[in-house]
Design a protein around this ligand. Structure first.
Ligand SMILES: [Fe+2]
Length: 256
């Protein structure tokens, strides 16, 4: 196991005794950009609010994920991606403070890019499709997605699960609830065992629906956050018109 895999194992194992969110999982997940204010002018305030909800410190536990909506009223695709990146960088700085992520700024690397789901280079990731079962990403500590263009398919709804109350309520540890993914490249990520997917989603999950260019979803992917993400199956209905792109920003430790 790599260092980060050990951290993932221990972090999820600790979820069975971690504090539960105030107000229930995902109670205040949505944050709407104000229509009458220029988004860049409220960027610092927005970033701070996103980071506060993402962090899951012991004394007051937030939802661990945030959906920022209202981008379409201000931006086209290209401008929305630019704003997304600026917002992510600000959120990351604030999030490190709130979540107590140690070390100098240079100890972490921010990566941004656009992923064409269904057309991902197989030689790099072993599949044309992004990973869909409920899981946590292996390397990154925080990520955000802005979807669009999205045409020519059904399904693809984004799912989130706050696994803390589920593991705690049943007294489950990592080995009971998770398995490691099979990967084409080195290393694996924790994947929720199939038997737990339905009940966990029903009890402490949320279906965010088919996201598009109006919203950015942020996910706290720290080892002990306990936030899983997944995607419902995608069914292509128009082969020629099919497009499922998302602009992704993420941050990870460089020494990993
Ligand atoms: Fe993922």
């Amino acid at each position: 196991m790599t260092e980060i895999m050990v951290a993932r194992y221990q972090g999820l194992d600790r979820c069975a005794v971690a504090p539960l969110p105030v107000g229930g999982s995902f109670a205040d997940i949505t944050l709407r950009l104000p229509e009458r204010e220029e988004p860049y002018e409220v960027l610092a305030r927005t970033a701070s609010e996103v980071a506060r909800r993402l962090a899951r410190p012991d004394h007051q536990v937030g939802p661990g994920a945030v959906v920022v909506t209202g981008l379409s009223a201000h931006f086209d695709f290209a401008a929305a991606r630019e704003f997304h990146e600026r917002l992510f960088r600000s959120v990351w700085t604030e999030f490190r403070d709130y979540a107590g992520i140690p070390g100098p700024e240079e100890a972490y690397r921010i990566k941004t890019g656009t992923i064409a789901d269904g057309a991902i280079p197989v030689e790099l990731y072993g599949s044309q499709w992004s990973f869909k079962d409920l899981h946590v990403d292996r390397e990154v500590l925080l990520f955000s997605h802005l979807y669009g263009p999205v045409t020519g398919f059904t399904g693809g709804e984004l799912l989130l699960v706050d696994i803390r109350p589920y593991l705690r309520g049943r007294g489950l540890g990592f080995d009971d609830a998770f398995a490691w993914s099979n990967e084409a490249t080195e290393g694996s990520k924790p994947v929720l065992r199939e038997a737990h997917c339905g009940p966990a989603l029903a009890e402490c999950g949320i279906d965010l629906g088919p996201l598009g260019p109006d919203a950015v979803v942020f996910v706290n992917n720290l080892p002990d956050a306990g936030i899983l993400h997944g995607v419902r199956p995608v069914e292509v209905t128009d082969v020629r018109g099919f497009r499922r792109e998302y602009h992704r920003c993420s941050a990870k430790g460089v020494s990993r």
